[in-house]
Design a protein around this ligand. Structure first.
Ligand SMILES: Cc1cc2nc3c(=O)[nH]c(=O)nc-3n(C[C@H](O)[C@H](O)[C@H](O)COP(=O)(O)OP(=O)(O)OC[C@H]3O[C@@H](n4cnc5c(N)ncnc54)[C@H](O)[C@@H]3O)c2cc1C
Length: 455
């Protein structure tokens, strides 16, 4: 079995140009929010420079050289803002029924999730229903409602744990921190899920074409006043701009480096908004296999094991694999020794579920600890039980000089990050009295054609 190291850069990198001393718009972060903002601004003739801390584009979108998704994987729904760009760039997609045929690992057996008790999906639907019927869309934590509903249906202890871990890994949040409102936040834009045939990285590559992006430029300080700002990298190189659009992830904003970046400090309501949003903690595990282990119809496997939730994946040239999304409970179990232990635990959990022969089928195991990524420190944001209205506050520009985009200002998805970019560009065009472009005013295209290049 090979260990797979984080490969350097799978996404086309720009040739580095010299940084200008001043520009109209600086965008911090070359994730999908930053690149989309840059592209849309460039399209209307605005000067733009994107400054990215790492040596690659894409942030939490990261398609590995082997074609496996180390970060975002699915387009959630036919109405996701992502489709506009998928069509524009002529990218191919495939429908993926991740939630169509769920299994669970219960009583030491991998089995279809139905039978004597309500399935995990039915239980999640009951939680949603309870929230709606009792109008409890409040700051109450999810765990209270979940425990009450499990008690009412006499749900066995192992199933309760499976359910807890499934919700935890989906939101990256402990259930005592996730609010009911947070659980209800739309993270899907329709019922069906899709993948990009060439990987999510293809979208980043296309979006970034022709955009001025400087990698390996971590920004440490932003000195600002109304009408202008100067940003400094770690070597105190600086660049001035009329506007700064920050897409720095919520996890980084919670750290001392992120929190102290702005000089003068951000207004109190913005600092409060950042602190009140949760930074969901997830790790992703990809196990590359010689032969698929799971039953052919299995779309998802929920467990009460450390690795929490698994699903089958396919890499380049049809390579088989299984992917796990581990939330805070499992991450805690990995302890400080972390990546090595995570690799061992992944193998142990798979052997437990599918038999001892698993070790012979494994080609490589990749561990992607997003909660520890030096510039993201998070999987995705979530609404905590005291964070009402935080996202809306972050959507407001500060004195037409500092703008925030990125998934934390909408919801924790690629589509959310793209929407945030469109919103910021519309705000800037409004402030500069330029007309909105067709992209920002046109309705979403109708249902996607999943098999081919869109019109
Ligand atoms: C494991 C995992 C699975 C996911 N699955 C899905 C999915 O299936 N579908 C979906 O829609 N979403 C999914 N998401 C969420 C999705 O990936 C994110 O919502 C989206 O990619 C966020 O984009 P962004 O541009 O806001 O942030 P990011 O992609 O995090 O971009 C921010 C960029 O800013 C850079 N940066 C940070 N600090 C600095 C600094 N000081 N100076 C310069 N640059 C800096 C970072 O390096 C990064 O490149 C998943 C996320 C994870 C982690």
């Amino acid at each position: 079995m090979r260990k797979r190291m984080l490969s350097k850069c799978t996404i086309t990198q720009m040739e580095q140009e010299y940084l200008p001393s001043s520009v109209e718009n600086i965008i911090i972060g070359a994730g999908i929010a930053g690149i989309t903002t840059a592209r849309l601004l460039q399209d209307v003739g605005e000067e733009v420079v994107v400054l990215e801390a790492t040596d690659r584009l894409g942030g939490r979108i990261f398609t590995s050289n082997d074609g496996f998704e180390w970060g975002a994987e699915f387009i959630h729904g036919d109405d996701a803002a992502t489709w506009k760009y998928i069509r524009q760039f002529g990218l191919q997609t495939e429908e993926d029924g991740i939630d169509t045929h769920p299994y669970i690992f219960e009583d030491n057996e991998v089995k279809v999730d139905n039978g004597d008790y309500p399935s995990c999906d039915e239980m999640i639907a009951r939680i949603f229903q309870r929230i709606q019927t009792t109008q409890q869309i409040t700051a109450t934590a999810v765990n209270k409602v979940l425990e009450a509903i499990c008690f009412e249906v006499d749900y066995p202890a192992e199933r309760c744990e499976i359910l807890r871990r499934a919700i935890q890994s989906e939101h990256g949040a402990r259930l005592g921190h996730l609010s009911l409102r947070g659980m209800m936040e739309p993270s899907s834009f329709g019922r069906r899920n899709y993948r990009l045939t060439e990987g999510y990285g293809a979208l980043v590559d296309k979006m970034g074409e022709g955009v001025s992006i400087h990698t390996e430029t971590p920004i440490e300080r932003i000195a600002w006043k109304q009408g202008g700002a100067t940003v400094f990298d770690k070597n105190e190189n600086s660049i001035r701009a009329k506007r700064v659009i920050s897409t720095i992830p919520i996890g980084e904003m919670h750290r001392p480096t992120g929190g102290r970046m702005f000089s003068p400090a951000l207004p109190p309501e913005y600092r409060k908004a950042f602190s009140e949003l949760g930074a969901g903690r997830v790790w992703k595990i990809i196990v590359e296999l010689r032969k698929q282990l799971c039953p052919p119809d299995m779309s998802l496997l929920r467990t009460s094991l450390t690795t929490q939730v698994w699903w089958p994946v396919t890499g380049k040239n049809g390579a088989s694999g299984m992917s796990a999304l581990v939330g805070p409970r499992g991450i805690k179990d990995f302890g400080k020794s972390s990546k090595r232990k995570a690799r061992r635990v992944a193998l142990q959990d798979l052997s437990w579920m599918f038999g001892e022969h698993v070790a012979h089928e494994v080609e490589a195991i990749s561990i992607i600890p997003w909660a520890r990524d030096p510039y993201c420190h998070t999987g995705y944001s979530f609404e905590r039980n005291r964070g009402k209205g935080s996202r809306e506050i972050l959507q407001k520009p500060i004195q037409d000089t500092i703008y925030f985009a990125g998934e934390a200002t909408v919801t924790g998805t690629v589509a959310g990050a793209i929407e945030s970019a469109e919103r910021v560009v519309a705000q800037i065009l409004n402030a500069t009295r330029k007309p909105l472009t067709a992209h920002l005013t046109s309705p979403l295209p109708s249902s996607p054609d999943t098999s081919s290049v869109p019109a």
